[in-house]
Design a protein around this ligand. Structure first.
Ligand code: ARG
Length: 583
C-alpha cells in the first residue's frame, strides 16, 4: 500500500508499528487506524489515537497491556526506522505525537518547487456534475448562486486531478409552467406570428401569467392543454417556447460570464424523447404500479412513491430525472454523478437513486452518485435573504454591490498610501476581489448548511474571507518583487527551514494532497477554504516574525514564499478566484 500524499505515508508508518507491537490487532478487532494532524503545533505535527481502542480491545486477553499508555509506548518503540517522523512522544491517556523531520519537509518542498503542485495520482473517471440548473423565465437568485459557485469549484477540483468532467446545466425548460407562459404570450402579443416580441422582463411576464393561471379558470384550462400540445411537438408552441428559452438563456449566460463559470446546457427537454423507452424498461421489470391511473414506483426506503406518469399521461420532474440518470450512466458512460440543488430536493434524489438501484440502471458497485442539498441563504435575522421590498435578491445586483463596496475600500487604501496600486487598475481589481469575495463567502461555508448573508463579513480584511487571503497572497508576491531576485535563477537546494514559523508554513503546504483526498471522499469543498485560511495565517506569522529581504536566509525564504504562492494559486484557481499580485 503506497501513497503519494502525506497522510498516507504517516498512516503506513503507524500501521507498521502497530502491527509489529500488536500483530493483527487492527484487523482482528476491526479497529480503524486513527492518524490525524495534531490540533496544537507544540506537541507535534501528527498524532495517532489508536492506543485507547487497542487497549480496550485487548483487555482480559492473556498478556494484555496494563494501560493505554503502555500500548502507546509499545507502538512508539516499534516504529520502524524512517526518514519522515521524529521526536515521538506519548501524551495524556495515550496519544502518540510525532514531528515531521525538517529534512523530509525540505525535500518535499523542493519537489513541489521543481515539479509544481500535483494531486496524488488516481484512476481517471468520467464525472457528470449537474449544477446551477436554473428555471426558464425565472430569475437566478442567491439559491442558484450557491449551486453555480459550489458546483463550479467541485468541477475545477476534479478537473485538476485529471478527471473528465461534464459540466451539465439541467435547465428547467420543460415543466408545466410553459403552458401558461405560452398562452399568456400569445394573448399579450397577438401578432407574435409576424414579429416575435422583444421581451426584456421575463420575470414580469411569468408573474402576470401565474396570476392569470391562479385566478382565471378558462386560462388555467387552456394552459394545461397547451402543455400537452408543446410536449407532443406542436410547431407553434415550439416556436414560442424556443423564444422564451432563448431570452432566459441570454440572461443566465451574462451571469456565468461574470462568474467565469462554464456550463453545457442539457435541460429537461433534452430527455423528453427517451422517456418512453425508459418507462417501457421500468415496466418490463414489473416494478411499476398503477395508482389511480398514475404510474408509480414504490421503494422500501421511502413512504412516498416515485411518480413516473401522471393520470393524464403527462410526465413529471421525477420522470425526467430517471431518464437523465439512465442517459448519463448508460449513454454518457459516467462513473460518477454529482447533483447540486437546495436541500428541499433531498428526498427526491434519495428516491431517484433507490429507483435507479431497483431497476439496475444504477449499479452501486460500478457507479457513484451524490446529491448535495445545500442550505438556504438567510439574512441577519435568520429569514430567507430577500431585498427590502421582499423580492429574492438577483445575483447580478449582488455582484454589482460587492464590486462597488470593494472599489470604495481600494480607493481609500490608495488615498491613505496603504497601497501603490495604480488608480487605473482599481476598477478591474475591485471586480476581481468583489466577485472573489462573493464566491468565497459561499464556498467557505459547509455546502449543506444554511448561512447568513452579510456584505460586511464578506468584504472584511480579517478572518476567513477572500479579501484576507488575497492580501496574504499579494503580500508574498510583493516580497518577491521587491527582492529583485529572478526566481528562475534560484537553485532550490538553498532551501533550508530553520525558524519554527517557516517550518509551520511549510508543513501546511505539504497538506495539499491530503486536503484534495478528503474532498474527494466527502465533497466538502469548504475544506479547501479552511486550508487556504490556515496557510494565510501561517503566512501572516511568517512575514511578521521572519525578515526575508537582506538577511542571510533571504534566498531560502524567497523559495518558501514562492512555494506558498504556488499552492495558494492552485487553490484559488480551484475555487474560481483570480488572485492579484498587488492590492
Ligand atoms: N431546476 C431545478 C431547480 O431550480 C434544479 C435541477 C437539478 N437537477 C436535476 N437533475 N433535477 O431547483
Amino acid at each position: 500500500k503506497t501513497f503519494d500524499h502525506l497522510q498516507g505515508i504517516i498512516e503506513n508508518l503507524f500501521d507498521e508499528a502497530i502491527h509489529k507491537a500488536f500483530p493483527g490487532v487492527l484487523a482482528q478487532y476491526n479497529i480503524a487506524l486513527d492518524v490525524a494532524r495534531t490540533r496544537t503545533q507544540k506537541f507535534g505535527d501528527y498524532q495517532c489515537n489508536n492506543a485507547m481502542n487497542i487497549f480496550t480491545a485487548l483487555k482480559g486477553t492473556s498478556g494484555a497491556p496494563s494501560s493505554p499508555r503502555d500500548v502507546a509506548t509499545a507502538i512508539l518503540a516499534a516504529m520502524p526506522e524512517n526518514n519522515v517522523i521524529e521526536n515521538l512522544s506519548v501524551a495524556g491517556p495515550g496519544f502518540i505525537n510525532a514531528f515531521l523531520k525538517k529534512e523530509f519537509i525540505g525535500t518535499r518542498l523542493e519537489t513541489l518547487l521543481q515539479k509544481g503542485v500535483h494531486a496524488a495520482p488516481s484512476k481517471k473517471m468520467k464525472i457528470v456534475i449537474d449544477f446551477s440548473s436554473p428555471n426558464i423565465a425565472k430569475d437566478m437568485h442567491v439559491g442558484h448562486l450557491r449551486s453555480t459557485i459550489i458546483g463550479d469549484a467541485m468541477c475545477r477540483i476534479l478537473e485538476f486531478q485529471g478527471h473528465e468532467v461534464m459540466r451539465i446545466n439541467h435547465v428547467g425548460d420543460w415543466g408545466t409552467q410553459f403552458g401558461m407562459l405560452i398562452c399568456h404570450l400569445m394573448d399579450v402579443f397577438p401578432n407574435w406570428q409576424e414579429v416575435m416580441p422583444d421581451i426584456t422582463d421575463l420575470t414580469q411576464l411569468y408573474k402576470n401569467a401565474k396570476q392569470r393561471f391562479d385566478e382565471d379558470e378558462a386560462f388555467h384550462k387552456r394552459s394545461k392543454d397547451q402543455v400537452v400540445l408543446l410536449q407532443s411537438g406542436d410547431e407553434q408552441s415550439r416556436k414560442v417556447w424556443n423564444t422564451l428559452c432563448d431570452i432566459s438563456r441570454k440572461e443566465f449566460q451574462k451571469v456565468y460570464d461574470r462568474l467565469g463559470v462554464s456550463l453545457y446546457e442539457m435541460g429537461e427537454s433534452f430527455y423528453n424523447p427517451i422517456i418512453p423507452k425508459v418507462i417501457k424498461m421500468l415496466e418490463d421489470q414489473k416494478i411499476t404500479e398503477d395508482s389511480n391511473g398514475a404510474k408509480v414506483i414504490f421503494t422500501s426506503k421511502y413512504k412516498q412513491p416515485f411518480m413516473l406518469v401522471k393520470s393524464d399521461g403527462s410526465y413529471l420532474y421525477d420522470t425526467t430525472d430517471i431518464a437523465a440518470l439512465w442517459y448519463r450512466l448508460n449513454e454518457m458512460k459516467a462513473d460518477w454523478i454529482i447533483i447540486y440543488t437546495d436541500y428541499t430536493q433531498q428526498d427526491h434524489f434519495g428516491l431517484l437513486f433507490e429507483v435507479g438501484k431497483m431497476s439496475k440502471i444504477l449499479d452501486p458497485s460500478k457507479h457513484r452518485v451524490n446529491h448535495i442539498g445545500f442550505g438556504t441563504v438567510n439574512d441577519e435575522s435568520g429569514k430567507r435573504f430577500k431585498t427590502r421590498s421582499g423580492e429574492t435578491v438577483r445575483l447580478v445586483d449582488l455582484l454589482d454591490e460587492a464590486k462597488a463596496r470593494m472599489k470604495e475600500q481600494l480607493t481609500s487604501r490608495i488615498a491613505s498610501g496603504q497601497t501603490s496600486l495604480p488608480a487605473s487598475e482599481v476598477d478591474a481589481a475591485a471586480e476581481r476581489i468583489g466577485y472573489g469575495a462573493v464566491k468565497y463567502f459561499d464556498l467557505s461555508q459547509s455546502p449543506t448548511t444554511s448561512y447568513e448573508f452579510s456584505y460586511d463579513k464578506m468584504l472584511s480584511t480579517t478572518g476567513n474571507t477572500a479579501v484576507y487571503l488575497l492580501f496574504a497572497y499579494a503580500r508574498l508576491s510583493s516580497i518577491i518583487r521587491k527582492s529583485g531576485v529572478d526566481m528562475k535563477t534560484l537553485d532550490t537546494k538553498v532551501l533550508k527551514l530553520a525558524d519554527p514559523h517557516e517550518v509551520a508554513l511549510a508543513v501546511e503546504l505539504l497538506q495539499f494532497q491530503d486536503i484534495i483526498c478528503f474532498i474527494n471522499k466527502d465533497l466538502a469543498s469548504n475544506r479547501l477554504c479552511a486550508y487556504l485560511y490556515n496557510i494565510a495565517e501561517k503566512v501572516q506569522l511568517f512575514v511578521t516574525k521572519c525578515r526575508v529581504i537582506g538577511v542571510p536566509e533571504q534566498n531560502s525564504r524567497l523559495l518558501l514564499c514562492q512555494a506558498t504562492l504556488k499552492v495558494m494559486q492552485t487553490c484559488f484557481q480551484m475555487l474560481g478566484i483570480d488572485p492579484l499580485d498587488q492590492i
